[in-house]
Ligand binder design. Structure first.
Ligand code: IVH
Length: 692
């Protein structure tokens, strides 16, 4: 294929894929199969890889993510991002309309819209291409999150039709319930804290450094306001401008209505107060906007909000129900969590039967009694929690809820750590839910990912006396498994063989995930990765002091002490020894040998910022290819800090304080001489290839 042919094919494929994306995500009317779409996307990625000079920042391949944002650049908004004043009743809305009527003596039409419960975003377009996406921040300046926003399928990267050359689109980034539930399920498995609601999850996601992870989490965007100098010369109304924007490729809600009276407005509000439970994303109210731009201009703004718009907030849904009993659950670290069993009740569209009671302090604070009538709300409309008690309905002779003194599972006397509200069962090795919980964590997807074993099978094997810890899994054989069964599980030929195969395969799982799988308290997936980046093998980690471990960036003393305590326990040491003997990875994989001159041998680098000729992974690979080592945190052992644009100020301060030389990309290129041509690429080719 000639260069010119490649350029034309890339342009045609990009245009076609963006159109299919629009048909699928905005119109919900796909015209080709997912398979055909993937094939075209693959072809485009392949061509862009072969002809990187034609890779455009708005190419559909950019939606899979790959770019890393070290620090989000703070950007000043061209038009300040204001908020809306709130209203909660019909009277508030009537007051709002009466206020308007004082300034405008003609009929006023309102555009009624959903109030999306996410975070607002400013999307700036230049000649039909998404140039920048900025968060609200303090309203005057926000963070540039363009790399992450590009992964959102409902944000057009390139517009179609007769769009204006420069304008800004305001909208809301939301996490649909489906993505939210999936994300929280994964976090349970990984032992990470759960997001309380889709808004927090969307905000957390948008600030991730790794845009590939943002792409995976499937955010959505709804646009609700256009901004441009002289906008009112092109469109008379807000509604009209949004309908035009929809044609250019923006995701504009279909659920809008033009209302002329308080009654019509309230029909819309009441309808959505009910119907919102059927929406695939959260809304927390309705927004009313004066539709005519001329009238909007006449009304103007206060310092904080437009005078031509108001938000009506729905009441947080709450419901009363009876507290029937309390379960005390034992986690894998022995923490006892009280959980309320409630008389089933319908709340925000789902039946609620249980609510968390957090800890003993929570029960005391409410002076909870069995049979109490409690008020339950959904935290951010999702996780039910008890927010109050109706004391008038307390039955005479009701018994107070007492926190258990002994473990409900094994009978051990509970203990409390100083300064903590939680109670723990100290019988780590003999308490069944703790033992099973640790093994379940060990096999979970982000740990050893032994898919063919699950909760039911672990329970069965534990009850059958075949496993008491993770190391016992590797003593299982086909003969031991085959033929075992109870009323829930049965180990037939295929099941038994799958388990043995999966255990064998798990022996190649990299060290950082093995470390996470061990289930050390406070050591989640990210911390495990950070520790492994610093230490070559498990012996080095075991030897490290609390001071050394806490010196690692983001580790800190609490985590360091957990690690130390874990490896001081002979039971854990024995498990680690047995897992080692079984052949699991307890050291970092050997670095591939390099044909480059090893001019950086013995030198440790910390890379920070953004580089002109390399991706971050690319520059790290170049360091290693020349014999150097990478580290994530600056310490006395660091030889050089390699600084790109936007290097973090904290890193700079630390390097200066420790007297570590800070070198530039050019200094680095001089250090490695001219042997760097193959590793030197603006975009890491791996980022493109990983599409396949
Ligand atoms: S209009 C000047 N429309 O609500 C225009 N905002 O409490 C101001 N929001 O910061 C925004 N849905 O994040 C508008 N249909 C909608 C909205 C909406 C959600 C958010 C937005 C804003 C906040 C104000």
């Amino acid at each position: 294929m000639t260069k010119e042919e490649a350029r034309q094919r890339i342009a045609a494929l990009s245009e076609e894929l963006e159109r299919h994306n629009y048909n699928y995500y905005i119109l919900a009317k796909p015209t080709i199969s997912d398979y055909e779409f993937d094939m075209k996307l693959e072809e485009l990625a392949r061509l862009e890889h072969e002809f990187p000079e034609f890779l455009s920042p708005s190419s559909p391949t950019q939606r899979v993510g790959g770019g890393i944002t070290k620090e989000f650049k703070s950007v000043k908004h061209r038009y300040p991002m204001l908020s809306l004043s709130n209203s909660y009743s019909k009277e508030d809305i009537e007051d709002f309309i009466n206020r308007l009527k004082k300034s405008i003596d003609e009929d006023v039409e309102f555009c009624c819209e959903l109030k999306f419960d996410g975070l607002s975003i400013s999307l700036q377009y230049e000649n039909g291409v998404l140039a920048r996406a900025v968060t609200r921040g303090d309203g005057t300046q926000g963070d540039d999150v363009t790399t992450n926003v590009k992964t959102i399928r409902t944000v057009p990267l390139k517009l179609q039709g007769d769009y204006p050359p420069f304008f800004e689109m305001r909208g809301e980034i939301v996490m649909p319930y489906e993505s939210f539930d999936k994300l929280n399920e994964q976090r349970v498995e990984a032992g990470d804290d759960l997001f309380a609601n889709p808004r927090n999850a969307a905000a957390g996601t948008l600030k991730l450094q790794d845009s590939k992870e943002v792409a995976r989490r499937r955010l959505d965007n709804y646009c609700y306001y256009m901004m441009m100098d002289g906008l009112e010369d092109h469109y008379q109304t807000h509604y009209e401008s949004l309908q035009a924007a929809k044609k250019w490729g923006f995701n504009v809600s279909n659920y809008m209505a033009i209302c002329k009276s308080v009654e019509e407005i309230f029909d819309f509000i009441n309808y959505w107060d009910e119907a919102r439970h059927q929406l695939p994303f959260a809304i927390d109210g309705i927004v009313l906007k004066v539709n005519s731009y001329k009238q909007q201009q006449a009304l103007g703004f206060t310092a904080k909000s437009p005078k031509w718009a108001i938000a009506y907030k729905f009441k947080a849904e709450e419901v009363e129900t009876e507290l029937q009993s309390v379960d005390f659950q034992v986690g894998r670290h022995g923490t006892i969590t009280p959980v309320a069993n409630l008389a089933p009740v319908l709340l925000a569209g789902t039946t609620v039967k249980r609510a968390t009671l957090n800890n003993e302090d929570f029960i005391r604070q409410f002076d909870l009694h069995y049979g109490d009538t409690v008020t339950v709300v959904k935290g951010g409309e999702i996780i039910p929690k008890i927010i109050g008690i109706n004391f008038d309905k307390r039955q005479a002779g009701a018994l107070p809820v007492e926190f258990v003194k002994t473990c409900p599972a094994c009978g051990a006397e509970l203990i409390q750590h100083e300064g903590e509200a939680a109670w723990y069962c100290p019988n780590a090795q003999g308490c069944p839910p703790q033992v099973k919980g640790r093994i379940e964590h060990f096999i979970s997807r982000k740990a050893m990912n032994i898919e063919s074993l699950g909760e039911g099978k672990i329970e069965f094997l534990y009850d059958a006396g075949l496993i008491k810890n993770a190391a016992d899994l590797y003593d299982l054989t086909y003969d031991k498994l085959f033929g075992l069964s109870n009323d829930k599980v049965s180990f037939k030929e295929k099941t038994a063989q799958n388990i043995i195969d999966a255990l064998e395969k798990s022996k190649t799982v990299p060290f950082e995930r093995v470390l996470f799988a061990l289930g050390i308290r406070n050591v989640g997936e990210v911390v495990a990765k950070t520790i492994v980046a610093e230490y070559h093998d498990i012996d080095a980690i075991m030897k490290a002091s609390v001071e050394e471990l806490s010196a690692i960036n983001t580790v800190g003393e609490v985590i360091a002490m957990s690690v130390k305590a874990f490896f001081e326990n002979p039971v854990n040491l024995n498990i680690v020894e047995r897992l080692k003997a079984a052949g699991l990875q307890f050291a970092k994989a050997e670095e591939p040998t390099s044909d480059k001159p090893q001019v950086l041998a013995g030198k440790t680098f910390v890379v920070s910022g953004v580089f002109a000729h390399y991706s971050r992974d690319g520059i790290k690979a170049a360091i290693e290819a020349h014999g150097g080592k990478n580290s994530s945190s600056i310490s006395g052992k660091t030889d050089y800090v390699l600084a790109g644009d936007n290097m973090g100020p904290e890193k700079r301060k630390k390097a200066e304080a420790l007297g570590v030389p800070i070198i530039s990309e050019t200094d680095f290129e001089q250090m490695i001489g001219s042997s760097n041509q193959e590793t030197k690429r603006k975009e890491d080719p791996k980022q493109q290839l990983s599409l396949f």
